[in-house]
Design a protein. Sequence first.
Length: 255
Amino acid sequence: MMLSFNMVSSTAGSITPAKKKIILAVDPGHGGDDAGAKSGAFLEKDICLLYAKRLQELASGYNIEVQLTRNNDESVPLSNRVALCDKVKADLFLSLHVENEQGTNKAKGDFDIFISGKAPFAERSGNCSNSIFTAMVNSGIIPGETAGCMHNPSKVCSQCIGLPASNVAVSKKEGVFVLNNAHVPAMVMVLGNIKNTQAMQNLVDHNKMDLLCNTILKGIVEGAEAKTIPKTGCGPVPQSNDKYVFARLTPNMNN
């Protein structure tokens, strides 16, 4: 399914550009013969590319330069995706995906951010993921006062009770590879659950797409300038013995 949108932009409040230019490598997951997750007319590879391109179009207002690992529907080896970071001297690597969670449209986990607790840039990755969640709360995309939930998947917190370990998206080959091999702070962002029809319809809604993209960019700016991870959520700064630390909340994008 090919997706397109107009150029009307919904912002997450006022735009404050980064003090220093940020080079962001954005990786639209899958591509070419690898469609990724599928459900009805929705294909993961199309949704990820749609969001990557919109992030690129909106980024200049935040003093962010976005470089894409693919610009069209093509297969790109995982090693080449990670190598882009070195080529463009990226400050941050963001890999976009959607989840393929089995079950009904009521399946949980519509938005996730994964980082590697073992990576040398774990704290900076955590800063960005936490700041993105904070921006999502402040813009009303997700409810509540908590900025996020970051923890070892083996230590389930109150926000994640009832979510089976099989839902951890970084168990997928792509997520594990990029988190383990990126030479810069890296995040795997799961934009939604392709099995949730309503969530997917909201995800490709032009205004809601722009709101989410602007919020992500705003969080990246704030995370890049943060010195430490705020004491919010249920977990501390990722420790070296944590293989994967992740955040999970369900965006309130139904309105």
